[in-house]
Design a protein around this ligand. Structure first.
Ligand SMILES: Cc1cc2nc3c(=O)[nH]c(=O)nc-3n(C[C@H](O)[C@H](O)[C@H](O)COP(=O)(O)O)c2cc1C
Length: 172
């Protein structure tokens, strides 16, 4: 399985690694983590997880470009998407990234998960700092490792179901 994600400040990259560990530990699935920026070819893989950090309501451009460039190969294999962004409790901002609905239509993934992210002021650019201050966004690391691991388990279960001949389904 290929786990590939776009991350500007590293927190989504960490989620991709944790996901691959949850998928790969003690099981017969090998999960490779390759940043979207390296533009990994999905064709040699049996299944793909594609994710992105969310900025200003959108996936990062490199993840959107990757999804477009490899749409046919991604659609042709079991695919899961994830977005990492909302901060705090209740999640801020509360809306799903607005380009995920068209991505789901094009790529037909089996699922889309949204995971809380991290906002660490010292990693942000000057402009980003100004923006999060203006938005009064809560600072901190809100990543939910248990939720990431549980989703990895769910992906494994769905893959196993497919191996046993269960009908394909879109889970969203
Ligand atoms: C300038 C800025 C804008 C953001 N806009 C959103 C947004 O619209 N929706 C969202 O869910 N998260 C938003 N976030 C939160 C980030 O997605 C979150 O910090 C994420 O964990 C960053 O991932 P990365 O470290 O992989 O880049 C924003 C963060 C910054 C700094």
């Amino acid at each position: 399985m290929l786990v590939t994600a776009a991350s500007r400040h590293g927190s989504t990259g960490d989620i991709a690694v944790a996901l691959a560990q949850a998928i790969g530990i003690g099981r017969d699935v090998d999960a490779a983590v390759i940043p979207v920026g390296q533009r990994p070819d999905p064709n040699p893989f049996d299944a793909v997880v594609l994710g992105s950090a969310v900025y200003a309501g959108r996936w990062l451009e490199e993840a959107r470009d990757y999804a477009t460039a490899h749409a046919a190969a991604l659609r042709a294999r079991p695919l899961w998407l994830f977005s990492s962004g909302p901060i705090g409790a209740p999640p801020f901002p509360p809306d799903e990234p607005y380009d995920v609905a068209p991505l789901i239509q094009t790529l037909r993934p089996r699922g889309h998960a949204v995971f809380p992210g991290r906002l660490d002021k010292k990693l942000l650019s000057f402009g980003e700092r100004a923006m999060v201050t203006a938005m009064r966004a809560p600072l901190g690391d809100f990543r939910d490792w248990a939720a990431v691991a549980a989703w990895g388990q769910q992906i494994l279960d769905e893959l196993a179901g497919r191996r046993e001949g269960t009908a394909d389904r879109v889970d969203r």
